[in-house]
Structure formats: structure tokens, C-alpha cells
Write a protein that binds this ligand. Structure first.
Ligand code: AMP
Length: 398
């Protein structure tokens, strides 16, 4: 079966067509600047060159039409007709407490996604627009919603509650939800396969270190804690997000800078993290590594603080689970930066973890990067959220 995977943002739409039998990508692409001047679609059919078409895209309906045209056109198309697409999997950012796993999309499901939209006001409405646009262009094709929050719904109350009046949780659903769940789920399951043991016998820590970064504790195959919270702002220091701060910082900055809550929220999301700590050098770890090695003070400060926070979380999750068998690195930084992995693992001697410097040279491939005598297995496991979405979609549509 051919599965179209859609990841719809407010002005962008990423897509992949995946053959569910071979699990190969048939075509992948991106619509950019939807509803803005200068919109374009670019896509790469497997084994062919990238195609870019600059064309007006006033809304997501038009973007979906262009995706279908890209997939079916005579010159570069990968399917002869729309009927070859068996199902569509949609990435949905927030499922609140309603969704603990992926579901077939019905009108009831759409209503429930709408109901939790105030928890992700920038993302869920865009995800819903993507669903509606697909329904219009591909009526009758089954669709599945795969939630970023679902994998973390097994967290116990101790881990998900904030120390706030309980009534705020009951009235407004203010609690920790966690994100990147599709990635944490995929990587932890893959790690279980690589370790060749039963999931119930393993305590894993998954470090999803990308531009957005989060870490999770997976005990017996179930997520028991994760670093992101009500929103993806909590937890690790990220590319441009602050991660954990004292909430009083918000009011303090507002008074000092005579700014609004919206200004400070923007600062915490877009101008903080390693970008802000490096004195605006970069949010990209390739630039930060170069700066670090050239003695750039900001780059050193940013990378060291980033690494410290990851190590601190690994320590606390080891305590939460009463031990750890394996630590997995994934996403842009985790998969590619041996430099960052080494800085982190060099500080994990307290749990008996030892990195193999030679094996750690790996980039973007599954590999064990710990020494044979390491008490904790260190693994690089590239994530594949689109494949995870396609798998769930097939499983629910068969
Ligand atoms: P992601 O959000 O998972 O797509 O990760 C994107 C981030 O990964 C970029 O902003 C970089 O910081 C980082 N990254 C990608 N490739 C490399 C690399 N070769 N070395 C170090 N960092 C990388």
C-alpha cells in the first residue's frame, strides 16, 4: 500500500509518499510560504533530481492540490493515479489526554482535536487544515491521526503533574504532556530490537537532540517521564528555546525591558537556547562546534550549558527508573554530532558508561558507540517519524 504522510504547519507542508511493503520513500517534498508571497513546492522522487516549482499557494487546499499534481504528473510523477494512494497519515502535535494512540480520523476525532487546540494554538489548527484539505482533494481515502503527545500518555501522575493547585489540572488540563512522541516511540522500539532483549526488561533513555530537543525515560517499553511539558518550551536547552527556567524570569524581564508577555514568550521560544547563549552566533551545532574549537567564548558557553542540562536529565531519569540499560542518541545533533555525544558521554562515568571514540565517529547510522566493558550501552539510532506515521496508518487502515 502507498501511504501519504502529511506534516502540516501554519505556512508549510512536508510530505512523503511511502511504500508500506518495502518501507521505502517513493517521493518526499515540501510546500513553503503557503499564504505568503513567493510560495514554492519542492520534491524529490526517489532516485531523481529535486524539482522546485515557484507558484502561488494562497491556502493549504492549493498546497495539497500541488502535492497531488507533483505525485501524479507525467514527467516526474511517481504514481499513475490518485487511486494508488491507499491512506493518508497526518502528524498532529497535541492530542491532550484524549488520544493515547493513533486513530482513524472521523468527524468525532476532528472535533476532539479542535477541543484540545488551545493547548497548541499554533500547531493543531494548521494540522486540522491539512486534514480538511486532504479530505476535499481525496474524498473517501482513509486517514489516520498520529499524535506527538500520545507515547507520553503512560507517564505516571507524579511525573506529569506540576506543583500547582490541582484544580488547574482539573479545570484547564495544565500538566506535562511531552512532545516528539513519535520519535521517542520509534527510537525506543528500535533500540529494544537492536539490544535483542524483551522490552519489559529494559530501562532506556532516549535523547532526541535536534533543533527542538527532548529526552525521555522508557521503562519496560512505556514512557515514564519526558522533558517537554504543557508546551515544547520546557526541558533541555534547545536551538532557540530556553528550556527550563524559573517562571519568575518572565515578569522580571517584562519589568526590566518594559515588554509584554507575548514579547517574552517570543524571546523564550525564538531568541534563547544555544542561539541566545552563544551571543546570537548560531542555533546550528555545526557552527557552534566550529566556534567551540576556535575558542569562541559564546559557542563554548552555549555548548557546555546544553551538555550540562542533558547530563542532568540523564542523571535524574536514571534515578527515576532506578537504573538505565541503554542511552540512545537521535535527531539532527544526536545522530550527526560525535562532538556533542562525546561531551555528554564523557560525563556519564558515574553510571559506568564508556564511549568508544572510534565507533563514535558514526554519522546518521545505527551503531553501538559504547565500549564492550561499558555498564550502559550507548546507541545512535536515527529517528524516522514519517515511517512511524506510515506504519501506524497501515496498521489502522488494513
Ligand atoms: P532536527 O531538528 O532534528 O532536524 O536537527 C537539526 C539540527 O541538527 C541543526 O540545527 C543542527 O544543529 C544539527 N545538525 C545537523 N547536522 C549536523 C552535523 N553534521 N553536525 C552537527 N550538528 C548537526
Amino acid at each position: 500500500m502507498k501511504i501519504l504522510v502529511i506534516n502540516c504547519g501554519s505556512s508549510s507542508l512536508k510530505f512523503q509518499l511511502i511504500d508500506s511493503d518495502s518501507e521505502q520513500v517513493i517521493c518526499k517534498g515540501l510546500c513553503e510560504r503557503i499564504g505568503i508571497d513567493g510560495s514554492q513546492i519542492s520534491y524529490t522522487p526517489a532516485g531523481k533530481d529535486k524539482v522546485t516549482v515557484v507558484t502561488p499557494m494562497p491556502d493549504h487546499n492549493k498546497a495539497i492540490e500541488l502535492v497531488i499534481e507533483a505525485l501524479t504528473n507525467k514527467d516526474n510523477g511517481v504514481v499513475s493515479s490518485l487511486s494508488e494512494i491507499g491512506a493518508v497519515g497526518h502528524r498532529i502535535v497535541h492530542g491532550g489526554e484524549k488520544f493515547t494512540k493513533s486513530v482513524v480520523i472521523t468527524e468525532e476525532v476532528i472535533k476532539a482535536i479542535e477541543e484540545v487546540s488551545d493547548l497548541a494554538p499554533l500547531h493543531n489548527p494548521a494540522n486540522l487544515i491539512g486534514i480538511r484539505a486532504c479530505q476535499k482533494v481525496m474524498p473517501g481515502v482513509p486517514m489516520v491521526a498520529v499524535f506527538d503527545t500520545a507515547f507520553h500518555q503512560t507517564m505516571p501522575q507524579d511525573a506529569y503533574l506540576y506543583g500547582l493547585p490541582y484544580s488547574y489540572y482539573e479545570k484547564y488540563g495544565i500538566r506535562r504532556y511531552g512532545f516528539h512522541g513519535t520519535s521517542h516511540s520509534y527510537v525506543s522500539k528500535r533500540a529494544v530490537e537492536l539490544l535483542g532483549k524483551d522490552a519489559k526488561d529494559l530501562k532506556l533513555i532516549v535523547c532526541h537532540l535536534g533543533n527542538g530537543a527532548s529526552i525521555s525515560a522508557v521503562d519496560g517499553g512505556k514512557c515514564v517521564d519526558t522533558s517537554m511539558g504543557l508546551t515544547p518550551l520546557e526541558g533541555l536547552i534547545m536551538g532557540t528555546r530556553s528550556g527550563d527556567i524559573d517562571p519568575s524570569v518572565v515578569e522580571f524581564i517584562m519589568k526590566k525591558e518594559n515588554s509584554t508577555v507575548a514579547d517574552v514568550t517570543n524571546l523564550l521560544n525564538k531568541k534563547s537556547g544555544v542561539f541566545g547563549l552563544s551571543d546570537d552566533l548560531s542555533s546550528d551545532f555545526r557552527d557552534l562546534e566550529e566556534g567551540y574549537n576556535n575558542g569562541h567564548a559564546g559557542a563554548r558557553r552555549a555548548v557546555d550549558a546544553f551538555v550540562y542540562r542533558v547530563v542532568k536529565y540523564i542523571g535524574s531519569y536514571t534515578a527515576a527508573m532506578g537504573g538505565v540499560d541503554a542511552i540512545c542518541f537521535t535527531a539532527g545533533v544526536g545522530e550527526n554530532s560525535g562532538f556533542v555525544r562525546k561531551l555528554i558521554c564523557d560525563r556519564l562515568g558515574f553510571i559506568g558508561a564508556k564511549i568508544d571514540v572510534e565507533a563514535n565517529k558514526v554519522r546518521g547510522e545505527e551503531k553501538t558507540i559504547s565500549t564492550p566493558d561499558s555498564k550502559v550501552t550507548l546507541l545512535v539510532v536515527p529517528t524516522n517519524e514519517e515511517l512511524a506515521i506510515a506504519r501506524d496508518t497501515v496498521a489502522l487502515c488494513k
